[in-house]
Design a protein around this ligand. Structure first.
Ligand code: ADP
Ligand code: MG
Length: 265
């Protein structure tokens, strides 16, 4: 386990980050600094580049330009598993579970992604690796308990209700031992009670030292839980600040009005 960094040191810095798909600039020169221990909201209309930004940070896409600094070190272009091992773990917008595995197997599988010690020792089946295996499965049980999934440990993930699958997706991310947890629309598909419970859970995770970057359309949840919010629109950062500052920002209001009009057209 890496000890939580002090509250103000930059953990992640995006510097002039860009990603183009052919002629489309999905992410345009975005600079963002995340401090250790904060809950940061990332909002913007559909298609504004939020998931692309997640894909860049987590190594699923390579930037066209710019830097991604993790604790001051460049990580752009590293493979996703290496980035996960550094402690940057993300969920996916649609699904983050292994449908054919049980809930406990999901966590065990995910815990290996974040295992920062001895892949070689494990492949050689050394005693240290067996001890590590026990530690991981104990840790997975704690996470099941924390996320209220213990009774479902032996259920097949594909058979769980949609909301429970989303919670399992987050449990999987936690099993990979994140320092920065990145959640892509975690509340989509949850009922109001599940939403409230999950947002409370996210605050407890921060209280035990995690830094959280959350993409979410539920404005009430974003505004009540996030310390700061970054707003992007058509790939560009248009505003950043406290929830209060951002909700008064003219460009942000216009970006959302534009989307509303499109939705209701
Ligand atoms: P958001 O998550 O904010 O809704 P995305 O990051 O998914 O937005 O998409 C931003 C833009 O990039 C959209 O126009 C989308 O169609 C495009 N895009 C995303 N991924 C790809 C890809 N792999 N290839 C081509 N275009 C993509
Ligand atoms: Mg998205």
């Amino acid at each position: 386990m890496t000890p939580p960094a002090s509250a103000s040191s930059p953990l992640l810095q995006l510097v002039g980050l860009s990603k183009s798909f052919g002629k489309l600039d999905a992410v345009k020169e975005i600079s963002v600094t995340l401090s250790a221990g904060e809950i940061r909201g990332l909002i913007g209309p559909n298609g504004s580049g939020k998931t692309t930004l997640f894909n860049l940070i987590s190594g699923f896409l390579k930037p066209t330009a710019g830097q991604i600094l993790w604790r001051g070190e460049e990580i752009a272009g590293l493979a996703p598993h290496r980035i996960a091992r550094l402690g940057i773990v993300r969920t996916f917008q649609l699904t983050s579970v292994y449908g054919d595995l049980t809930v406990m197997e999901n966590l065990l599988m995910s815990s290996h992604l974040g295992n920062r010690s001895g892949v070689l020792a494990q492949s050689l089946q050394l005693p240290s690796a067996r001890a590590e295996e026990r530690r991981l499965s104990e840790r997975c049980r704690e996470i099941l308990d924390e996320m209220g999934l213990t009774e479902l440990a032996d259920s097949r993930a594909a058979n769980l209700a949609g909301g429970t699958q989303k919670i399992l997706g987050i449990a999987n991310a936690l099993a990979a031992d994140p320092i920065l947890l990145m959640l892509d629309e975690p509340l989509a598909g949850l009922n109001p009670a599940e939403k409230t419970a999950l947002m409370e859970k996210i605050e407890t995770l921060r209280a035990r030292g995690l830094t959280i970057l959350i993409v979410e359309h539920d404005m009430k949840a974003v505004m009540t839980t996030c310390d700061r919010v970054t707003v992007i629109c058509y790939g560009e950062k248009i505003a950043e600040g406290t929830p209060q500052e951002v909700s008064r920002d003219q460009r942000t209001i216009e970006a959302y009005l534009g989307q509303d009009e499109a939705v209701h057209a």
